[in-house]
Design a protein around this ligand. Structure first.
Ligand SMILES: Cc1cc2nc3c(=O)[nH]c(=O)nc-3n(C[C@H](O)[C@H](O)[C@H](O)COP(=O)(O)O)c2cc1C
Length: 368
C-alpha cells in the first residue's frame, strides 16, 4: 500500500510520537483496535542509547505484536546518530525516524529537533551518514519551518530525499506556532510538491476520519500521521480507513467498548511497567478516555490519584453507577450530556479554531 524504501506497509495511517505516551502499552492497545501498521516510539536520545542508559532502553522496549516499529532518534552528532541507528537495526527495529521538529529548548540547544530545520547542509550530511550505514529506512519528522518567514520544510525535505531519506513526516505548523492556530494544509502540500519520489506523511490535528480524508485530498500526501487524535480515540485508524475505503462513517464506539479498551490499556501498562508505576502513569492517560464518556468529573477527580489496579476498578465501578443518572431508558447517554462532535482545526472557522484548539497533553516536556 505504501513503501518506505524496502519496508512495505499495510496502512498509510501512522501513529505519531508523543513523548511520555506512545510507549509499548499504548502502541499495543491501538494496534489491537486496528487500522495501524507503522507506529513510532517517543523520541530517544541517540547518545543515551549508545551509553546503554536504562531509561532510553525502556523507551525502545517492544515485542513481536508491536511490529513494524520505528524508533525516533534525536541528536546532532552524526557519528552518534549513525551508531544508534546501527544498534537499532541490529535489534530488529523496522525504521529509524529523526526528530527535526521538536521545539523544546532542551533538544534545540544541542542542535537537534527544530534547530535542524535551519541548517540544511549539515542536516543532510547527518542523514546521509545514517542512510549509508543501515539497510532499514531512515525517515525525518519536521515542522513547516522555524516561523512564517522561514518555511524551510520544502527545501529540507528535498535535500533529505537527495541524502537518501525514505519518507518525510511533516506537522503543518511552524516551531513558533507551537500547537496554536490552524494546521496549514497548503504548507504540507508544498512539501509534497518539493520531493520527487518519496512519500510525504501529513500530520497535525487529525482527530476524525473526515479530517484524515481532507488532509489526503488537499495536500496530496501519501499518508497521515495521528498523535493526539489517537489518544481521544484509539479507533481513529480503523474508522479513518473505513471512511476512506467506503465513504461510510462508522458509529462512535459505545461506552462499554471505550471502557474495555481503557482497561486493556491499563493491563498492558501494568504488564510493562509494573503495577505501581503502571497505575501512576495511567493517571494522565485515563482522563483522555474519559473525554468521550460524557459527564466524568467524578471519575477524573479520583483516577488521577490511582495507585493499584484494584483501586482503578473500584473507581470505575463507582463512576459507572454515578453515570447512570445521565442515561435514558435504553442505557444510552441522554443527548444533552453527549460530548460535542470533534472537529479538526483546519475544518473550522478560523476564529473558533483558535478558541477551541485541541488540548495538549502534559508531558516530560513543557512545549512540543
Ligand atoms: C505530549 C506530546 C509529546 C510529543 N512528543 C513528540 C516526540 O517525541 N517526537 C516528535 O517528533 N513529536 C512529538 N510530538 C508532536 C506530535 O508527534 C505531533 O507532531 C503533533 O502532536 C501534531 O499532531 P497531532 O495533532 O495529531 O497530535 C509530541 C506532541 C505532544 C502533544
Amino acid at each position: 500500500m505504501i513503501r518506505f524504501g524496502s519496508l512495505e506497509l499495510k496502512s498509510n495511517l501512522f501513529l505519531s510520537p508523543l513523548a511520555g505516551y506512545t510507549n509499548l502499552p499504548f502502541r499495543l492497545a491501538v494496534r489491537e483496535v486496528g487500522g495501524l501498521d507503522l507506529a513510532t516510539t517517543d523520541l530517544v536520545n541517540a547518545r543515551s542509547l549508545l551509553e546503554k542508559n536504562p531509561k532510553a532502553f525502556k523507551l525502545i522496549e517492544t515485542c513481536s505484536a508491536d511490529r513494524p516499529l520505528a524508533v525516533q532518534l534525536f541528536g546532532s552528532v552524526p557519528e552518534e546518530m549513525r551508531d544508534a541507528a546501527l544498534m537499532l537495526e541490529a535489534r530488529g527495529i523496522s525504521s529509524i525516524d529523526i526528530n527535526m521538529g521538536c521545539p523544546v529548548k532542551k533538544v534545540c540547544r544541542v542542535g537537534g529537533g527544530s534547530a535542524m530545520m535551519t541548517e540544511l547542509d549539515k542536516t543532510a550530511a547527518l542523514v546521509r551518514g545514517m542512510v549509508d550505514a543501515v539497510k532499514i529506512p531512515v525517515t525525518a519528522k519536521m515542522r513547516l519551518g522555524w516561523d512564517d518567514e522561514n518555511i524551510t520544510a520544502p527545501d529540507l525535505a528535498r535535500a533529505l530525499e537527495d541524502a537518501g531519506a525514505a519518507a518525510i513526516f511533516v506537522h503543518g505548523r511552524t516551531r513558533e506556532q507551537g500547537f496554536a492556530g490552524t494546521v496549514n494544509l497548503l504548507g504540507i502540500r508544498k512539501v509534497v510538491e518539493a520531493v520527487r519520489h518519496i512519500p510525504v506523511i501529513g500530520n497535525g490535528d487529525v482527530i476524525t476520519p473526515q479530517a484524515a480524508k481532507k488532509m489526503f485530498d488537499e495536500t496530496g500526501c501519501a499518508g497521515v500521521s495521528i498523535g493526539r487524535g489517537a489518544f481521544y480515540n484509539p479507533w481513529i485508524f480503523l474508522h479513518a480507513r473505513h471512511f476512506m475505503e467506503t465513504g461510510e462513517l462508522l458509529p462512535e464506539p459505545s461506552f462499554d467498548e471505550r471502557v474495555r479498551v481503557m482497561c486493556r490499556h491499563l493491563n498492558l501498562m501494568v504488564e510493562v511497567f509494573g503495577e505501581e508505576h503502571g497505575c501512576r502513569m495511567f493517571r494522565k492517560v485515563a482522563p483522555w478516555y474519559a473525554k468521550r464518556f460524557g459527564p466524568s468529573s467524578v471519575f477524573n477527580k479520583r483516577v488521577v490519584l490511582v495507585s493499584s489496579r484494584a483501586e482503578f476498578h473500584e473507581i470505575l465501578q463507582a463512576y459507572i453507577r454515578w453515570r447512570e443518572q445521565f442515561l435514558d431508558e435504553h442505557g444510552d447517554l441522554q443527548p444533552r450530556y453527549c460530548p460535542g462532535p470533534m472537529v479538526a482545526s483546519f475544518m473550522r472557522e478560523p476564529a473558533s479554531a483558535t478558541r477551541e484548539s485541541i488540548p495538549v497533553p502534559k508531558g516530560p516536556v513543557e512545549v512540543w
